[in-house]
Design a protein around this ligand. Structure first.
Ligand code: GLA
Ligand code: ZN
Length: 668
């Protein structure tokens, strides 16, 4: 992100010089410049941006042009108050900040669209225009759903469209409960914080509606851009697992997935890995872009912790190891004032190029230039899929019970993290993904489970795949109505049991599980920690694998397996701790010949991450990343390997310094 309109032309000259020095090759401009480009309705002042583009072009810097609609100018709000949003208390928010427009405001669409059209027509011939970046981090100022009268009208129209009739809506929303039956669509309001909160399907539907409303804003701008520049890809910067927007819906509208990676200083690397895998999964495994990351700290974090030397490189190469094809920054030059004046930037307030951060950015740029095309276009050959589903997240969050500690997103990350720690290549896929290429399907806490989705999973198991489903799965359908006959609903047959009852454990209560006979490296003579939720099961065809050790149901079945067609379906009726899960997944995957790409399929040492990507030419690159503070040696499969970064050769094992990275290709 380059925000030249905050600086004099003399500083901008210096910027161009420094960018070359920093091995920067693309600049995102002008993300927040609506007011600078369009100071009054119909008036445009693009001349300053012309000069910026000319200067960047002269310096050989490519352009990621942003449509600049994320920060609505004050004059727009003054003359067209329909752009202002209303919060869930029903209060109109005053103009200010950014990302503060109603997604259903006609004035926002009209005036924003006019700016986008001007910009697209003006710059469509620019030879260095590589990418359109629409708006910025839609919904970014969470909570940013809008409850204004236009959104309320839009919500009613959305419901009429979704349900077709009031009778169908009343059924889907279970309005017979507490006597909530509606007799006209006009009686329905958005779910205000102090209003209707007992119809949980309404809350779920409002989330669907708001996500679709923001998406319509994106599509509106994208349409204008595609008309003007059909060959330039159009995207927007997503935010990883961002609750408000269903990115599986969004991804279809993007030409390339792009996201902003801002781990906090203590974010586990497996969680960052999950975020990358999530983005890679949005468009069926296609590579993606990292559009923003901070070269040093994030001023919005509780503590502005520096990234220690090598951390920026490690995080950047981690992104590439999972499928990223760009390393971009927020931002180029630290602003002099405003809320982000202490946010990390490539050029700091002192403006010097002999600074540590500047040097690290330059060295990384140089290294990436040397890698050239080698990592591009590659795919992760994963045979294991973990399902992540926004609607399930929304429904679970809206639901009262079963436990205040049950966080859908955290549970999916927990299960992904175990697979990742085992070194097993794992995709994160949406609920409608094609499962044909996966041998192991992991379904953590699939509380909301559609019948069609369940059918696709059952078919894969029948054909030979292994399903691992967990507690609190198959509870409700897409209307948040409990499946008839009880959980796990449409998975009852494939899993071979019915849930009799569930027990939510407060954190101070202990629970454990013991295996009846050893499973992989999991011995039968030890108790493994369990927590959160314990389900008691009526077994039909399923075989017990492990039982509970505590509470009145000690001895009852906790984990099961069911043979089904040519496949198997496992069920974890409770939450297992990381080491148990890791060993469990390693055993399940091994039955399909799936293991880490390291010697003997072993898990990497703790703190080390391993991934493998296969390029279109067929070259496989092994990425080894040491997130720890101590040196590591990683055992390699047979063969001689050359590090694409350092040129060093390895056989038997590869060494990694703390925060060190190796990208290993087979020696020719
Ligand atoms: C987001 C925004 C940027 C900037 C960064 C700061 O990603 O897109 O404009 O505010 O946060 O971390
Ligand atoms: Zn609104």
């Amino acid at each position: 992100d380059y925000n030249p309109d905050q600086w004099s032309e003399a500083v901008q000259e210096e910027d161009a010089r420094l960018m070359k020095l920093a091995h920067w090759n693309i600049a995102t401009v002008p993300v927040f410049s609506w007011a600078h480009l369009n100071p009054a309705e119909g008036a445009y002042t693009f001349e300053w941006l012309d000069r910026v583009i000319e200067r960047l072009t002269r310096a050989g810097i490519d352009l990621c042009l942003c449509t600049a609609t994320a920060s609505t100018p004050a004059w727009v709000a003054q003359h067209y108050p329909d752009v202002l949003t209303v919060d869930e208390q029903g209060r109109q928010k005053p103009h200010g900040n950014r990302h503060a427009f109603c997604p259903n405001s006609p004035s926002f669409r009209r005036l924003g669209g006019a700016l986008v059209r001007e910009m697209a027509l003006r710059y469509r011939g620019q030879p260095r225009l590589k990418l359109w970046h629409v708006n910025n981090e839609y919904g970014g100022l969470w909570p940013n759903y809008c409850y204004c009268p236009r959104c309320a009208d839009g919500f009613r129209a959305f419901l009429e469209q979704r349900y077709g009739s009031l009778a169908r809506l009343n059924e889907a929303w279970s309005t017979a409960f507490w006597g909530h039956t509606y007799t006209s669509f006009t009686q329905i309001d958005p779910p205000f914080a102090h209003g209707e909160r007992s119809i949980q399907t309404m809350i779920l539907d409002f989330r669907r509606f708001q996500s679709a409303s923001y998406l319509a804003c994106f599509e509106h701008e994208a349409r204008i851009l595609r008309e003007a520049t059909p060959d330039v890809p159009v995207t927007t910067n997503l935010m990883g697992p961002f609750f408000a927007l269903n990115y599986h819906d969004w991804a279809q509208a993007l030409d390339v997935v792009a996201w902003d990676n801002y781990p906090r200083h203590d974010t586990p690397f497996t969680e960052v890995a999950f975020n990358h895998a999530l983005n890679r999964g949005l468009r069926g495994g296609e590579p993606f872009l990292v559009l923003e990351q901070s070269p040093s700290h994030q001023n919005w974090a509780d503590y502005c912790r520096l990234k220690p030397p090598g951390k920026l490189r490690l995080l950047s190469l981690q992104a590439i190891a999972h499928g990223a094809e760009s390393v971009m920054y927020f931002q180029w030059r630290k602003s002099q004032g405003g809320i982000e004046k202490f946010h990390g930037a490539v050029v700091e307030h002192h403006g010097r190029s002999d600074a540590r951060v500047f040097r690290e950015v330059s060295e990384l740029g140089q290294e990436l230039a040397a890698l050239g095309q080698r990592t591009l276009g590659a795919r992760t050959p994963a045979k294991v899929a973990v399902v992540f589903d926004w609607e399930c997240w929304w429904a679970q969050k809206a639901s009262s019970g079963p436990s205040r500690d049950l966080d859908y997103h955290a549970e999916v990350v927990h299960h992904f993290a175990a697979l990742h720690a085992a070194g097993i290549a794992t995709d994160v896929v949406g609920p409608h993904a094609d499962l044909a290429r996966y041998d192991v399907i992991v379904l953590p806490v699939a509380y909301l489970l559609r019948s069609a989705q369940a059918r696709a999973i059952v078919e894969r198991v029948r054909a030979g795949a292994t399903l691992v489903a967990t507690f609190w799965s198959g509870v409700v359908d897409e209307d948040d109505r409990v499946h008839e006959g009880g959980a796990p609903g449409p998975l009852r047959e494939v899993l071979g049991f019915t849930v009799e009852e569930f027990d939510a454990l407060p954190p101070e209560l202990e629970q454990g599980v013991r295996f009846a006979s050893p499973l992989g490296s999991l011995g039968a003579d030890v108790t493994h920690e369990a927590s959160l939720l314990c389900e008691r099961l009526w077994l039909a065809n399923a075989k017990p694998l492990a039982h509970y050790t505590q509470q009145f149901y000690a001895g009852d079945t906790a984990l099961t397996v069911n043979e089904y067609g040519k496949g198997k379906a496992y069920y974890l009726g409770t939450r297992l701790a990381q080491p148990t899960l890791l060993a469990f997944f390693a055993a399940i995957a091994a039955a399909h010949g799936i293991a880490s790409p390291l010697r003997d399929g072993a898990a990497p040492p703790a703190g080390v991450e391993v991934t493998k990507r296969v390029s279109p030419s067929g070259e496989a690159l092994l990425y080894l990343l040491n997130h720890g503070d101590v040196p590591q040696a990683v055992a390699l499969p047979a063969g001689v390997y050359v590090d694409a970064l350092s040129g060093e050769t390895f056989e038997g094992s590869a060494t990694l310094v703390p925060r060190g990275v190796r990208i290993l290709g087979a020696a020719s």
